[in-house]
Ligand binder design. Structure first.
Ligand SMILES: Cc1cc2nc3c(=O)[nH]c(=O)nc-3n(C[C@H](O)[C@H](O)[C@H](O)COP(=O)(O)O)c2cc1C
Length: 359
């Protein structure tokens, strides 16, 4: 028995499960494991290195693409964050597109371009991506953490949306709408565009609920961090199974609203702002960024990247440990193949049970 949805059909994958984008961390081994398990692997927008800031992160992306395609015959994608402060983002999209075009195996398997945290139009506007889109089966999705952002994705001509609720780990919308409501909102307004539900998913029951209200698949971050195959530090993985759903908090970081595990670092960060405060803050941030030098800007990004990298290296006190509320429903570290198999089996059971209510 398999679950056949618009997402499995679109990508030619066995299971409608994707790994979420988890930059700045490297998720190549995880992408291989998820693709091998019949899901949709994800190469994250990696831009940290040992000194806290990867200067040549275009190289990092190309190397990650080569690593994944050499280690799996499954289907996978890549994430590009398109916010204003992602320096050389357009070059990254161009070089990534050209690299995929130049390798027939990559062109066959790298079918999922996911942009996030910025404009949905930046990828489709890129001329090299346009050539790739014309010459391959690659699909462009953008992360929609709010209804108005879903509208923008649709207007930008996205092939699909990753609808991400407030319970998710990492960067979230300041509007604080949970995934159940958000997915229904987006489904009401844009019923036909393919959707991957994201944020708070870790079980088959959750997946069944998402499929029942309009998604064609789910994406998971925290669940896959806590897997034997992920390259996250053992200390990072170890946080997950004993944690409760209440053990995360939302703070404001250099890239906006962010959900982190409660520790010394996150407790010391600023509280999440209202929309008006956020707009004023963003304006002040743009003014500030215009006023400072390129080197000073890099130093600021480096500071946040260092906290992320501290976590990646296992410092669970001073590191920024990005995790979602789903940690409260993850009880053990498992292999990616076991995770995928269990979720699919349980989702099938839940969907059949729900169908039996219809008489
Ligand atoms: C460690 C970590 C890093 C993340 N980095 C990114 C990123 O670079 N780009 C992005 O679009 N989302 C990022 N996110 C958000 C995830 O893609 C996804 O929305 C989130 O993990 C879903 O919630 P879950 O952890 O409950 O599955 C990150 C999340 C985590 C946990």
């Amino acid at each position: 028995m398999v679950l056949k949805t618009n997402i499995t059909e679109m990508f030619g994958i066995k299971h409608p499960i994707a790994s979420a984008a988890m930059g700045p961390f490297r998720t190549t081994e995880l992408a291989v494991a998820v693709a091998d398990a019949g899901g949709l692997g994800m190469i994250s927008h990696t831009n940290v290195s040992m000194d806290g800031y990867e200067k040549n992160y275009i190289d990092a992306m190309l190397k990650n693409l080569d690593f994944v395609v050499e280690h799996t015959d499954g289907i996978f994608g890549f994430n590009v964050r398109t916010s204003r402060n992602e320096v050389i983002c357009d070059e990254l999209i161009s070089e990534t597109s050209k690299h995929i075009m130049a390798n027939p195996k990559l062109k066959e398997q790298c079918l999922y371009a996911l942009s996030s945290a910025g404009s949905a139009a930046r990828v489709p506007k890129n001329e090299d991506f346009q050539k790739l889109r014309k010459d391959s089966n690659i699909k462009h999705f953008h992360v929609a953490p709010a209804l108005w952002l879903a509208d923008k994705c649709v207007a930008a001509g996205c092939d699909g949306l990753v609808v991400t609720g407030f319970e998710g780990g990492g960067h979230q919308s300041y509007e604080k709408v949970g995934g159940m409501v958000l997915l229904q909102q987006v489904q009401q307004k844009h019923p036909d565009i393919p959707k991957i539900a994201c944020g708070g998913f870790a079980t088959g029951n959750g997946m069944a609920a998402a499929l029942a209200i309009g998604a064609g698949g789910i994406a998971m971050g925290s669940r896959f961090i806590a897997s034997i195959d992920s390259e996250f530090h053992e200390n990072y993985k170890g946080v997950v199974p004993p944690a409760k759903a209440q053990d995360t908090l939302v703070r404001t970081g250099s890239l906006g609203t962010i959900r982190l595990w409660k520790n010394k670092y996150s407790l010391s960060k600023g509280l999440v702002k209202t929309k008006e405060e956020k707009i004023a803050e963003e304006k002040a941030l743009v003014d500030h960024r215009t006023a400072i030098s390129e080197e000073e800007l890099r130093e600021e990004l480096r500071r946040d990247a260092k906290a992320a990298f501290a976590a990646y290296q296992g410092d669970m006190e001073n590191g920024g440990v990005l995790l979602g509320q789903s940690i409260g429903i993850i009880n053990k570290l498992e292999s990616v193949s076991d995770i995928v198999e269990t979720i699919i089996k349980d989702a099938e059971k839940a969907l059949k049970k729900a169908a039996s209510f219809v008489v």
